[in-house]
Design a protein around this ligand. Structure first.
Ligand code: CP
Ligand code: NVA
Length: 320
């Protein structure tokens, strides 16, 4: 039995195994096997969700399972029952769990104490299902492997989505440029945990840029200079400036991150035909402007749809 608790915990072979299954689930949506027939899976969510909730509810049903959605506010977890007790109870009743919450440690504790296949549907630390989807979508729409390509993330580079991108770059061997003010760049300890060795950034990189190198050939460059970061990029990517749980910092974040926006001027620095992606929800006029979102909406909504197909592939990998 496997879990999907983070990209940090996945090997390159694991990621490739999941990625290699997605296209068939997308192609054969009506006819693929229903390996979860007779099972019941629980979705336990402590944060809001549109895409993740619906794609898991629909996807698990299409794999044959019954699904119970449990908002943490409506179960005893929300009144302080420990995760380990909740996990031991649910582990005796349901066959798998999908959890969206704050602390990564809670998802890990749930997996340990429940003994059932457990999926991280977003924590403060990672969003693994999203980034596996994004890589599949990049390869599907561009027609080339992500290995050796340049991905530029613009915005809050210290949140869950860029963290999962870092582990993906480390394992799959592509370049990830993170464009953010210094206070919104990832912790050095995270880059070290990903297996990075710090070295000089590219020749021509801004003086403040820092480069991290991985045995896969992947690298991560952190810089405050979004124009440099976007240059010749194959994929421009952004996420909200104010992640769930950070609402109290909203005004400060909007002030600090203002300017770290994907717009036509930034897109013009990327490679001709570069993709623009957003995990959604999007705040037009903040991390991406209206015209750019609309110009790339076909990519962005294909990316959203691909959550459904990717998560089926994740479950298939977990139970195989
Ligand atoms: N991208 C994503 O996870 O969206 P939701 O918060 O709507 O699930
Ligand atoms: N970083 C965002 C991702 C939303 C899908 C958040 O955690 O709110």
């Amino acid at each position: 039995m496997k879990n999907l608790l983070s990209l940090e915990a996945l090997t390159r072979a694991d990621m490739e195994s999941i990625l290699s299954r997605i296209a068939a689930f997308k192609r054969n949506r009506k006819t693929h096997p229903r390996p979860l027939s007779g099972q019941t899976w629980a979705l336990i969510f402590s944060k809001s969700s549109t895409r993740t909730r619906v794609s898991f509810e629909v996807g698990l049903r299409e794999l044959g399972a019954e699904v119970i959605f449990l908002s943490s506010a409506e179960i005893q977890l929300g009144r302080g029952e420990p995760v380990r007790d909740t996990a031991q109870v649910l582990g005796r009743m349901v066959h798998g769990a999908v959890i969206r919450t704050f602390a990564q440690a809670d998802v890990e504790a749930f997996a340990r104490f429940s003994g059932i296949p457990t999926i991280n549907a977003l924590t403060d630390d990672e969003h693994p299902c999203q980034i596996l989807t994004d890589i599949f979508t990049f390869e599907e729409l561009s027609g080339v492997p992500i290995k050796g390509r340049r991905v530029t993330f613009v915005g809050d580079a210290a949140c869950n989505v860029p963290a999962s991108w870092i582990f993906a770059a480390a394992r799959l061997g592509f370049e990830l440029r993170l464009a953010a003010p210094a206070a919104y760049q990832p912790a050095r300890s995270l880059l070290e945990r990903a297996g990075g060795i710090q070295g000089p950034a590219d020749p021509g990189a801004p003086a403040e840029a820092s480069g991290w190198y991985f045995p896969s050939g992947g690298r991560v460059v952190c810089t405050a200079d979004l124009n440099w970061a976007a240059t010749d990029s194959d994929l421009l990517y952004t996420d909200v400036w104010v992640s769930m749980g950070k609402e109290a910092e909203a005004a400060q974040r909007v002030q600090d991150l203002s300017g770290y926006q994907i717009n036509a001027a930034l897109v013009s620095r990327a490679r001709q035909g570069a993709l623009v992606m957003h995990c959604l929800p999007a705040y037009r006029g903040k991390e991406i402007d209206e015209a750019t979102l609309e110009a790339h909406s076909s990519t962005i909504f294909t990316q959203a749809e691909n959550r459904l197909h990717t998560q089926k592939a994740i479950v298939d990998w977990m139970i195989s």
